[in-house]
Design a protein around this ligand. Structure first.
Ligand SMILES: *Cc1c(COP(=O)(O)O)cnc(C)c1O
Length: 304
């Protein structure tokens, strides 16, 4: 590992396991812990660090001085990348989906302040960028430039995600997490023991493509995972009153901050499945809090 990344990781806080005590869980005799990757770093979002770590190590090893990636106007991925770039002295370029907004979102303002060059890309061109899946596959890359596909979806990202599984010192049956590109899920799938199943909750509508994408990232076929497509609540970053009420009650009761795009929706879905008795009594569930709390700014009004 490159020494700059080792030094950076030394500043991180541990991602602890927090037991959730709840009458609903007692009633259905399931146990739930939250793996707190939101605690890792106040700015660098949990699963984004896990995914970026070995990709950035590769970039530094290749002698890259610039990392180029893509994302939306609230992207946790670009936000984390911009901040790490500033800390490591790497130039960063963000290809942002859609026309430049009249006022930059808080996330974009942060990125800009940390030195990321923002380039706005039309929605159709943005879609085309998704075909470039290898670090050196973006057309017109020059020497020293390293390409990171959307969401950091690279085989190397799986190695960093796998490390979080090694930190879990409890026996458990199900590992739940929210899914965007499915890269984090793929990393978990490679690392859990045979008796554990991984259950993803898609944050996007019509996310049937995830099965293909996850299999493309995995080094072989695994049958220990599944992605639930039923809790997008109308689409990516869409919210409704039921979700926001659930989150407010959960945060108050358990003192764990949530955001509505990923972890809030996952827990909302998980609680609903528990209520519908989709889990056997005595099952032990770990839900991964993937972080993302910065993206909360601007997403808190119900829009569905
Ligand atoms: C990006 C993100 C995800 C989705 O991760 P994928 O690896 O793309 O599936 C989940 N949670 C949070 C908080 C994120 O920022």
């Amino acid at each position: 590992m490159h020494s700059a990344l080792i030094s950076l990781e030394k500043t991180f806080q541990p991602s602890t396991l927090t037991k959730v005590n709840d009458v609903l869980l007692e009633k259905h005799q399931v146990e739930l812990w939250i793996k707190r990757d939101d605690l890792l770093h106040p700015i660098i979002s949990g699963n984004k660090w896990r995914k970026l770590k070995y990709c950035l190590n590769h970039a530094l090893t290749m002698g890259a001085n610039t990392v180029i990636s893509m994302g939306g106007t609230y992207s946790n991925h670009l936000h984390a990348l911009a901040y790490i770039g500033k800390l490591l002295g790497l130039k960063t370029v963000g290809l942002i989906r859609g026309e430049a907004p009249a006022t930059l979102t808080p996330s974009l303002l942060d990125m800009q302040q940390w030195g990321m060059e923002l380039r706005f890309v039309s929605r159709s061109d943005y879609r085309l960028l998704r075909q470039y899946k290898q670090w050196n596959s973006l057309p017109n890359l020059t020497a020293g430039q390293y390409w990171l596909p959307e969401g950091g979806a690279e085989a190397l990202a799986l190695l960093g995600v796998a490390e979080l599984v090694g930190e879990i010192d409890k026996s458990y049956d199900v590992l739940c997490l929210p899914c965007g590109t499915g890269t984090t899920l793929a990393g978990l799938v490679t690392a859990v023991t045979d008796n554990v199943s991984v259950l993803g909750f898609a944050a996007l509508k019509n996310a049937g493509f995830l099965t293909v994408d996850v299999n493309a990232l995995l080094p072989k076929l695994y049958d220990n995972w599944q992605i639930n497509l039923d809790y997008h609540l109308g689409g990516f970053a869409n919210t409704n009153a039921a979700l926001l009420d659930f989150m407010t009650a959960f945060e108050l009761k358990h003192q764990i901050p949530l955001e509505p795009v990923y972890t809030g929706k996952m827990l909302y879905g998980l609680y609903d499945l528990i209520e519908k008795q989709r889990f056997q009594p005595n099952q032990r569930i770990i839900a991964l809090h993937t972080g993302g709390l910065q993206g909360k700014r601007g997403t808190l009004t119900p829009n569905a």
